[in-house]
Design a protein around this ligand. Structure first.
Ligand code: MLC
Ligand code: AMP
Length: 505
């Protein structure tokens, strides 16, 4: 019987010459395909020596490094479930993920070992390793004693490969369960759709704890046997410097905005580039057009989410239309419905629903929540609002979920409001997203004091910074006398957004 382990497919796509360079880093290191094979084997053997239960979760909060990617691949290889965590998360956030996911293994950076291991051991985790971005830490020390040969664990297409936490509009984050089949089907479709060709070289400049950097970029390169130029963090100057050696680049819109501010970005720098891909947040038409003028390349915008991986894409051949996210990918069925669940005609705006082999298996230990998010006929309700034009191009016009996407990171107002409302002297708060030239959108907090209490906006921001990941912190905070409400007494966030829309103009 065929092994449906995603790693088996990625490994099968390695080039014949295993000594060729697979990953080149910004610190001048070269990793060959053989290095990827051997190191993932050693880490997989270490994981398997730990006697973990089937379906064990491996939770990882480490700085970006090639070894961190190898830990991901090794987790697949050994047949366990990878749980990546944003490096910006602080202790309350990590405590929630670890207590909810109950990982058997936690890997963190050395500087965080004290507090992370305390949380992990309290939650019953047996193994806590460290991994730093300079190839040090107990994970690699232990793996160094393991064999560099390993037979890929057999997994079915429906077996879990990863859990990605995505925040909820109400309540806590939900773990989206993705299977080997979800991810492999998506990787194969994109290889074709984006016409990956032998000799392609990808600049990898995204974080590796979300769908974009971890799946779309890494799977894309590996399933094509393509080399990656690996940047530990996004540095626009370095990207421009590396462009002549590359053919493919992927980024969230903020990366494109920052690259456009680089004088060195021109047609000459992009002469070998084949494809620029954008996603994770709306790409402004100004960015799309300016990019075309400066580089001669038309950015290909696509749309996806943690629960589904990639859903739509502008075409590789054919017109890439700015402001749209293109067509549903092959195998993805996408429709637009009204609130009553009726299909809408061409051009009308409604909720986007999707079905396909890429759609996740449900939310971790939340069967009720999972049920709510699917229609009776098996479509997943994305929470995005859009329309399909007569040529089939899909445009996202908004979101029914109360969500801010800032620099490609999701921020859920309800979570931030919860923290603000718990502060002494606060009666109520509303967090809204407003346009921002760099991050696309940023959070702004509007707060009402309790009668007799005096609040300090800077203090509120400082308290949030002590508790939450930095990208979630509202960029501004206002203390006001009252919030606009509708006749039902509900806060009218659209009115607040309108009032504050020019804040960062
Ligand atoms: C950093 N900051 C942000 C921020 N990133 N604020 C709002 N939104 C963000 N995204 C703040 C920090 O808190 C800090 O504030 C200041 O900016 C500088 O921090 P930094 O760490 O130096 O920022 P920088 O390294 O420049 O990071 C910016 C960035 C990064 C754009 C490179 O945010 C990034 O890599 N974004 C990509 C996210 C991504 O990969 N998303 C994909 C999701 S997958 P202070 O006050 O502390 O100084 C998905 C599905 C799909 O959505 O379809 O792909
Ligand atoms: P996440 O939960 O982090 O995976 O974020 C997924 C969300 O990002 C989607 O539901 C969309 O709202 C948004 N998104 C992704 N790609 C695009 C895009 N190209 N244009 C607009 N929004 C996007």
């Amino acid at each position: 019987m065929k092994n449906n382990n995603l790693f088996a497919a990625l490994r099968a796509a390695f080039p014949k010459d295993l000594d060729a360079v697979a990953v080149e880093t910004d610190t001048g290191l070269n990793y060959s395909w053989r290095d990827l094979d051997r190191s993932t084997a050693m880490i997989a053997n270490l994981l398997q020596s730990l006697d973990l239960p089937p379906g064990a979760r491996i939770a990882v909060q480490v700085e970006k490094s090639v070894e961190a990617m190898m830990l991901y691949l090794a987790t697949l290889r050994a047949g366990y479930v990878f749980l990546p965590l944003n490096t910006a998360y602080q202790s309350a956030e990590i405590e929630y993920f670890i207590s909810n996911a109950e990982p058997s293994v936690v890997v963190c950076s050395k500087k965080n070992f004290g507090w992370v291991s305390k949380i992990a051991f309290k939650a019953g985790t047996q193994n806590v390793f460290t991994l730093d971005d300079d190839r040090s830490g107990s994970l690699l020390e232990r793996a160094a004693h393991c064999s560099d040969r390993h037979e890929v664990a057999r997994r079915g297409a429906d077996d879990l490969a990863a859990i990605l936490y995505t925040s909820g509009t109400t309540g806590r984050s939900k773990g989206a369960m993705l299977s080997h089949g979800n991810m492999l089907s998506n990787a194969l479709v994109l290889k074709d759709y984006w016409a990956w060709t032998p000799g392609d070289v990808l600049i990898h400049a995204l974080p590796i704890f979300h769908v974009h950097g971890l799946f779309v970029a890494i799977h894309g390169a590996l399933i094509n046997g393509s080399k990656m130029i690996w940047l530990a963090r996004f540095d626009p100057k370095l990207v421009v410097q590396k462009l002549p050696e590359a053919t493919v680049f992927m980024g969230v819109p903020t990366l494109y905005v920052r690259l456009l501010a680089e004088p060195g970005l021109n047609r000459e720098a992009c002469r070998h580039m084949r494809l620029f891909i954008a996603g994770s947040a709306p790409l402004l038409i100004e960015t799309f057009t300016e990019w075309q003028e400066r580089t001669g390349h038309t950015i290909l915008e696509r749309y996806g989410m943690s629960e589904t991986a990639m859903l739509t894409s502008n075409p590789y051949e054919g017109e890439r239309r700015g402001g749209t996210v293109g067509f549903a990918l092959p195998g993805v069925s996408l429709r637009v419905q009204d609130d009553a669940g009726q299909p809408l005609p061409t051009g009308e705006i409604g909720g986007i629903q999707v079905k396909g082999p890429n759609v996740f298996k449900g939310y971790w230990r939340m069967p009720e929540k999972t049920k709510e998010e699917f229609t009776a006929d098996g479509y997943f309700k994305t929470g995005d609002v859009g329309k399909i034009d007569e040529r089939g191009y899909i445009t996202i016009v908004g979101r029914s979920k109360d969500l801010i996407i800032s620099g490609g990171y999701n921020v859920y107002p309800a979570e931030i409001e919860g923290y603000i409302n718990d502060m002494p002297g606060v009666a109520e708060s509303a967090v809204i997203g407003v346009p921002h030239p760099d991050f696309g959108e940023v959070g702004v907090a509007i707060v009402i004091a309790k009668p007799g209490a005096t609040l300090d906006a800077e203090q509120i921001i400082a308290q949030l910074k002590a508790q939450l990941a930095n990208f979630k912190i509202p960029k501004r905070c206002f203390i006001v006398g009252e919030l606009p409400r509708n006749t039902m007494g509900k806060v009218q966030k659209n009115v607040l957004r309108e009032q504050h829309k020019a804040l960062f103009a």
